[in-house]
Design a protein around this ligand. Sequence first.
Ligand code: SAH
Length: 204
Amino acid sequence: MKLKHLEMALQRCAGYAHPKASLEQYQTPAPLAARLLYHALMSRDIEGKRICDPGCGTGVLAIGAALLGAESVIGIEIDEGALKTARANAALLEADVEFVTGNVTDAPLVERIGACDTVIMNPPFGAQKAHADRPFIDFALATAPVTYGIFNAGSMPFVEAYTARRAEITDKIGGAFPIKRTFAFHTKDVQEIEVEILRLQRIP
Ligand code: SAH
């Protein structure tokens, strides 16, 4: 599947029916999701691989990985309502994804999911709760040797320090994350946030 076709397919995914600010529920826009996934595909981290998407929300990243030929994809989400949308999105795009209700901060979840090849994630950035992304990074490093994550621009030194001796950052791709007015505290119709996609490689 070409990049443009992937983007067009992901564009069809429905968004959160009732987005929750406390969980930082922002669906990754299709162009950014497609960019992450295509980069991972070209880096041989998707095709034939076992993929996990913690905090999968409405399923955009997980579904995209399935469409690009992952062997299996598992999406984990704490919010049942979001998972309902994710399941409908996967059905619409005929993507084979297993969606699981779970809390990424629960230690036993790692064992329940088992080892994967690649984690793809857009975790909470920590705007509502400081360091909300840390349990996601810990989960990712415990689950797979390779992780792609979307972070606020400028996060790299913090991610680097947090994962020191556990992982190396091998790739950094800049991108934009347009956020539509969603919550009462949003003052603009669309606010564009600069982000960076980081690829982490676990140190054996
Ligand atoms: N990955 C999705 C959603 C990003 S928003 C996308 O790219 O579109 C972050 C998601 O993480 C939200 O859906 C939120 O409900 C979920 N989340 C937040 N804390 C969580 C936790 N502790 N365990 C599992 N999911 C969580």
